[in-house]
Design a protein around this ligand. Sequence first.
Ligand SMILES: [Zn+2]
Length: 309
Amino acid sequence: MVTGLFSHSACLAHDTGDGHPECAERLQAVLARLEGEDFLYLDRREAPRATPEQIARIHPGDYVDHVLRAIPPRGLNYIDGDTVVSAGSGEAALRAAGAVCAAVDAVMQGELRNAFCAVRPPGHHAEPDQAMGFCLFNNVAIGAAHARAKWGVKRVAVVDFDVHHGNGTQAAFAADADLFYASTHQMPLYPGTGAAHDHGVAGNIVNVPLRPYAGSAEFRAAAERVLLPKLEGFAPELLLISAGFDAHVSDPLAQLQLGDQDYYWITERLVQVADKTARGRVVSALEGGYDLRALASASAAHVRALMLA
Ligand SMILES: [Zn+2]
C-alpha cells in the first residue's frame, strides 16, 4: 500500500493579499518539491469539497454562513487582523477540509497506507465558532469527526507539531474523552493558549510548550518523555497530524530551531505508534510553515517518512 497526496488547485486561489505570510506560493513550493523523483510513487488525488454535513460536525451552521458570507466577490475582506478572505477562499476552505475527509476514507478503506493533504487555508486555529490565525475551518477536527461518524472509529488522536498551539483543535476536542489532542509549540507565542496544565476531561489534551530557541534535543525529549507515551496510552484507532513546519530554524514567525531531520524523526515515531494501535492509519494535513525553502524541504522529509517508515 502506498502513501496518498491530496490537494486541489482551488487551494492556490485563496488570496490573502500582498506580503501575507500564508500565501499561495507556500503550497506551490510544497507541491513542486513533491514532484521530485523520490515521490514518484505517491498516489496523487484531487480533493473533493467537504459537504455541509461534514463541516457541521465541528462548526455550527450559522458560523459556516458567517464565514461564507464574509467572502467578497472581489478584493480582500479581513475577518480579523490576520485572517483574510478573497473570492477563492470559500472553495479553497471546502477543498482543504474535504481533502482530510477523503484521505480518511481512503485510509479506512485500505486503499492507501497513509496520506498527506497539501492544502490551505490551514485549520488548527479555527475554533468551532471562531475563524482566526489564517484558519477558516478546522480541517483535522472535521476529519476526526468524519472518521467517527462514517467509519465508527471510536478513538481518534491529533498530534500537532506546528510551532503554534492549535487552540481550535483543543477547543473542539477537550470535552470528549475519545478525542485526543497533543501539541508541541513555542511558548510564549500566538495564540497564547497551550499551557501544560490543560488536560481536557480525561487527560485527552497534552500540551508540551517549548521555550523560544529550543531545538532538536528539547523537541525530541518532549516527544519521547511526554507526547509519544501519552499518545500510545490513548491507543488511537486513527492518527491525524497537524503538520506545520514553522518550528523550522529558518521560519520567520517563531524561534524554535528544528531541522528537516527532526520532521523525519517525529513522523517516523508517530507512524510507529499508529502501527501499534491504529493499523498504521495516519492522515496528515498541512498547517503552517512560512519560509518557502524550509517548508518545501521539511514537508518533503515528512512525506518521505510517511512513505518509508
Ligand atoms: Zn503555525
